[in-house]
Design a protein around this ligand. Structure first.
Ligand SMILES: Nc1nc2c(ncn2[C@@H]2O[C@H](COP(=O)(O)OP(=O)(O)OP(=O)(O)O)[C@@H](O)[C@H]2O)c(=O)[nH]1
Length: 452
């Protein structure tokens, strides 16, 4: 995916900050330098990078973390805040009848995106029309016509007409569709005629939205060209295409920052369903390897742990002073089918040692093990659960037979139990992870930007 290398670099920086024992001016300078390097490597505009890291340094040097928050957490929060400013505000695209005009540079994916948007709105119950106003690229008419057929959208075009504005006006009059999407000619911003054409259409039909379609793999030239287009037609929003590509992505980010318009959607492939609503917070949380706190909250809620129970279980687990009964209680809540997958899928694993190595099958294995161990624990007496030290070979043999799972599985469970006690002591040392997990369970809607 685009920005993968930036994501890896930033995750590494986050891990380093989390693992540092103290934060001083040198650490802040070093973190700032590393972030500069990561952003420049991702092709983000130099001025933007310097502006971002200067703000980051100023804040890190002069602001004090709120009570209960470590310096490390607070630096991570500042990085998150400043990067979020580049991605723009979280504005939802209004789902109502409207006329949308797509503008963009050659080959950035306007025509394809017109089809994706049409399908997106048709799925939401809006009749949609596609208007072919790209009168310069041979084949654009046919391409949009085929796409309209594929997504069951109305289509309007005039094959031999060279006056784009005339086609648009006729098209808007000819359709009663709730959503009208105008696909314009590709722009190379140095071409005055094309800019004039798009400006005329904008001023004449006054579309509700002018969306700039931008290829995520565009380099630095994206910024100035976005600015020229924006000066001509006042872009109201951005759609970044080809996020499934392998480009660096920084050029697109710089262009978005340059025109300061919200990114509403991202294109993630060539097919008509490969479009997603863009959520800057979620996107950035994943980019920084912080998982998706909201999804974690949903999953933890499904354990119907009360806050106090979650807090108490967590305290006990983290203290390392828990017995098989405590472990049974926690496992019983978390062994709901699919729940572990949700929890691990949303945990900030990058912040845990080796955490980012956890994959799908390991989560499935953990699930199977949970079910197996619950059966074994069900065959233990209350005394054995409370005090596992009394489990001698005779008792182990009885439990193996009683549970039908055999002695080896009973021994494996006890080995796992002892290892878990040691691991929990280790995680206990990782204050950041514990604090994030406790806070997310306790507050119910914890997210990094709620820390004030
Ligand atoms: N992988 C990938 N390819 C995309 C995406 N969006 C568009 N494309 C491809 O990019 C190429 C150009 O897309 P078009 O929609 O024809 O571009 P255009 O902006 O209409 O081209 P002009 O009219 O010349 O400006 C096509 O091969 C599309 O399939 C995307 O999100 N991911």
């Amino acid at each position: 995916m685009v920005l993968d290398s930036l994501s890896d670099s930033l995750k590494g920086i986050i891990r380093k900050i989390s693992g540092s024992s103290y934060i001083d001016k040198d650490t802040i300078k070093e973190v700032s330098k590393e972030i500069q390097r990561a952003l420049l490597k991702a092709d983000v505009n130099v001025k933007l990078v310097l502006r971002l890291t200067k703000t980051l340094e100023d804040r890190a040097m002069n602001e004090k973390p709120p009570a209960g928050m470590t310096d490390q957490d607070y630096i991570i929060k500042i990085i998150y805040d400043e990067l979020l400013k580049i991605l723009g505000q979280n504005v939802n695209f209004e789902l109502r009848p409207q006329t949308i005009m797509l503008v963009g540079l050659y080959g950035n994916g306007k025509t394809t995106t017109a089809g994706k948007l049409a399908r997106f709105f048709i799925k939401k119950g809006f009749s949609t029309a596609l208007i072919a106003a790209d009168v310069h690229r041979p084949g654009a008419y046919e391409q949009l016509y085929q796409i309209a057929k594929e997504v069951n959208a109305q289509f309007y075009g005039e094959k031999d007409e060279k006056n784009a504005l005339k086609i648009v006006k006729n098209g808007l009059n000819a359709t009663d569709a709730k959503i009208k999407i105008i696909d314009t000619s590709g722009r190379d911003s140095l071409d005055e005629d094309l800019i004039k054409e798009v400006r005329e259409i904008k001023e004449s039909v006054k579309p509700d939205n002018v969306l700039f379609v931008l290829d995520a793999t565009m380099g630095q030239q994206a910024g100035p060209q976005a600015k020229t287009l924006n000066d001509a037609v006042s872009i109201s929003g951005v759609i970044i295409t080809k996020m499934d590509g392998t480009g660096k992505g920084g050029g697109a980010l710089s262009a978005v920052a340059e025109i300061n318009s919200p990114v509403y959607f991202i294109g993630t492939g060539e097919h008509m369903d490969d479009i997603e609503i863009f959520n800057p917070k979620k996107f950035l949380s994943r980019l920084l390897g912080m998982g998706d706190i909201d999804a974690l909250m949903e999953a933890v809620k499904e354990t119907n742990f009360t806050e106090e129970e979650a807090e108490e279980s967590l305290e006990k687990l983290m203290s390392g002073k828990f017995n098989l009964k405590d472990m049974y209680d926690v496992w019983e809540k978390f062994s709901k089918p699919g729940l572990l997958k949700k929890i691990f899928g949303s945990l900030p694993l990058a912040a845990m040692p080796g955490g980012d190595k956890i994959n799908e099958n390991q989560i499935d294995e953990a699930n199977e093990k949970l079910q197996l161990y619950r059966v074994i624990l069900d065959s233990m007496t209350y005394e054995e659960l409370e005090n596992p030290d009394i489990l001698n070979p005779k008792r182990i043999r009885r439990i193996g037979i009683g549970s039908g799972k055999g002695e080896n599985n009973v021994r494996a469970l006890l080995k796992e139990y002892r290892a878990m006690k040691n691991n929990m002591k280790m995680i206990k040392g990782n204050r950041n992870f514990k604090k994030m997990l406790k806070a997310s369970i306790k507050s119910g809607n914890f997210s990094l930007d709620d820390i004030n």
